[in-house]
Design a protein around this ligand. Structure first.
Ligand code: GLU
Length: 280
């Protein structure tokens, strides 16, 4: 079956060698199939049009070709709203009114809070609020986020979920790794986790390629797919490109941005050659 893959950058900075690797990896795995690009720009405070233009420029310079139109998440909030509605109907979402600070205080109070890949897990403060209190606080205009009651959701699905990584084999999903994650905020009807799962399904992605830093997220994504009745792709998490000190590259690492390298006289061939030495 022809493969459909995608490269999904956020237009919040210049692409660097790590992105080039991810994009080339995705395109290579689509060999003979379709290669798509998706702009993950739901964070309107950080996404900038000049970064978006630069993404296309850099990828074209690298010699990549992709299908058009490109899906831009900020243009599809209705799709994420529909998914939220379905989750709401299943009774697995709850409004969370906690501020960041309240969460930190609660975690400090509780002592050894369980840790997830992104730090301590949300302690569940708002999980058991009464329907009246929720309604009252929402009516009063208090800001809130929608969190997934992950234990309840996993219970609904019943039994273990599995997912397959082409490089690493079959995993049994541990959907609770991130705890009760935020799936939406009052003014943004999507988070990374929700949008990526909805988009991969809508775009017909058969093989999700991405860095191994996102491997843990797949456990949660697998649960969301089950709850939303979405097709389950396969994954291929690849190694990350690091600097000479073994540290992974970050967007703020301007010196290694593709545009800086280009300005310094690098050719696309040289980029490919350098990246070819790192195996996925
Ligand atoms: N937008 C994500 C990033 O830039 C990638 C998401 C994904 O591939 O699932 O890290």
């Amino acid at each position: 079956m022809p493969e459909v893959t995608r490269f999904a950058p956020s237009p919040t900075g210049w692409l660097h060698l790590g992105h080039a690797y991810a994009a080339l990896f995705a395109q290579e795995k689509a060999a003979g199939g379709r290669f798509l690009i998706r702009l993950e720009d739901i964070d309107g405070t950080r996404a900038r049009p000049e970064y978006e233009e630069a993404i296309f420029e850099d990828l074209a310079w690298l010699g990549l070709e992709w299908e058009r139109p490109v899906r831009r998440q900020s243009e599809h909030f209705d799709d994420y709203r529909a998914a939220l509605k379905r989750l709401e109907g299943l009774g697995v979402l709850y409004p969370c009114f906690c501020t960041r600070r309240e969460i930190q205080e609660e975690i400090a109070r509780a002592g050894n809070a369980p840790q997830g890949p992104d730090g301590p897990l949300y302690p569940g403060t708002c999980r058991n609020r009464s329907a009246e209190e929720r309604a009252q606080r929402m009516a009063a205009g208090e800001p809130y986020a929608l969190r997934l009651d992950v234990a309840k959701a996993a219970g609904l699905v019943g039994g273990d979920l599995e997912w397959r990584d082409r490089g690493r084999g079959v995993f049994t999903a541990r959907p609770g790794v991130f705890g009760d994650v935020v799936l939406a905020r009052k003014d943004t009807p999507a988070s990374y986790h929700l949008a990526v799962v909805v988009d991969d399904a809508l775009q017909g992605i058969t093989l999700v390629t991405r860095g191994e830093d996102l491997l843990e997220a797949t456990h949660l994504h697998r649960l969301l797919q089950a709850l939303l009745g979405l097709p389950v792709p396969e994954w291929w998490h690849h190694g990350l490109i690091t600097d000479e000190n073994g540290k992974r590259l970050a967007k703020r690492d301007d010196a290694r941005s593709l545009r800086s390298l280009r300005e310094a006289g690098w050719t696309a061939e040289r980029v490919r050659e350098v990246l070819g030495r790192n195996d996925g």
